[in-house]
Design a protein around this ligand. Sequence first.
Ligand SMILES: O=C(O)c1ccccc1N[C@@H]1O[C@H](COP(=O)(O)O)[C@@H](O)[C@H]1O
Length: 226
Amino acid sequence: MACVDSSLWVKICGLTVPGQAVEIARQGASAIGFISAPKSPRYVTPLQIQAISEALLAAGYDQVERVGVFVDASLDDLQIVAMTGQLTTLQLHGQESPTYCQQLRQCLPHVKLIKAFRIRNDTDLAAIRPYEDVVDALLLDAYHPHLQGGTGETLDWRSLQTFRPAQPWILAGGINPDNIAEALQLTHPDGIDLSSGVELNPGNKCLQKTQQLFTRLQQLPALPAP
Ligand SMILES: O=C(O)c1ccccc1N[C@@H]1O[C@H](COP(=O)(O)O)[C@@H](O)[C@H]1O
């Protein structure tokens, strides 16, 4: 049976433990994410990020992207975390403007930029347009009135069936090994991002669940072109 396109980008986010990050890289992750938003229960300091990045590099996983997740951080703070944590990619999960993204691009020209959006309706989807030229990828997460991310809430996948932005896009929000097949069938993203759906408690990943995810991805039949 043909398998789902192996070019699907898979990020596992909210890592706090070096050994778990290395094992998830071994299982097949394209990217490992670190939460640099102090209000999150998954928050890790720049030095904790550095320790996890060094563990990944020492284990030979230099091709696995190291993604810092930020919520309305100052450009100065963000640059310090990016340098200390040896990040390859920045995920902006707050209200960062297109101008902010452009400034960040000038400060850190070799770092990949992902802009996250919390989607409630078509108006929120339309607000993505001004970012299409200034970031490398777009990420769609579920809206929550009080939390910025890591909520476990899913988007209305059916409303994304015709979503085809100019840039690659990543589906996030409440994805887990049990709903991944339906999520991909309905939305056809370029990548997926999982956090709470593969953890025992915030920041503590369940390695059985992550393995189950990668196994299910390999077993999925090839998806028809959108
Ligand atoms: O995970 C967090 O605690 C977090 C905090 C602040 C901003 C973003 C955060 N995580 C991101 O949330 C989405 C979806 O997570 P979930 O799978 O629904 O738990 C994902 O992009 C994480 O990077």
